[in-house]
Design a protein around this ligand. Structure first.
Ligand code: F3S
Length: 106
């Protein structure tokens, strides 16, 4: 599967959604996750993310591995998003800020 990691939080650009052929993205208030049961590992979303937040599971950086479980945990509760929408208003200010997990809304 592929995994959305910390830098999506408070950015949520959603460019990833439009290229996904299987609608495997799920939307929370300030973060998206990938449903590991739906993702077909096509990888087309990776270069679309302005926050560079998406990785193949085997490529997730060591300080981001907890997001593998977070994507799996939140997928059943977040609704599907199948079309891109406006990013969060301060997305560009939050892009690249560290320690954003504390702001993740469930
Ligand atoms: Fe998040 Fe990047 Fe998609 S910021 S919503 S994973 S384009």
């Amino acid at each position: 599967t592929h995994v959305v990691t910390e830098n999506c939080i408070k950015c949520k650009y959603t460019d990833c959604v439009d290229v996904c052929p299987v609608d495997c993205f799920k939307e929370g208030p300030n973060f998206l996750v990938i449903d590991p049961d739906e993702c077909i590992d096509c990888a087309v979303c990776i270069p679309e993310c302005p926050a560079n937040a998406i990785f193949a599971e085997e490529d997730v950086p060591s300080d981001q591995v907890q997001f593998i479980a977070i994507n799996a945990e939140l997928s059943p509760t977040f609704p599907t998003i199948s079309r891109a929408k406006d990013s969060l208003p301060d997305a560009d200010d939050w892009n690249g800020v560290g320690d954003k997990l504390q702001y993740l809304e469930r």
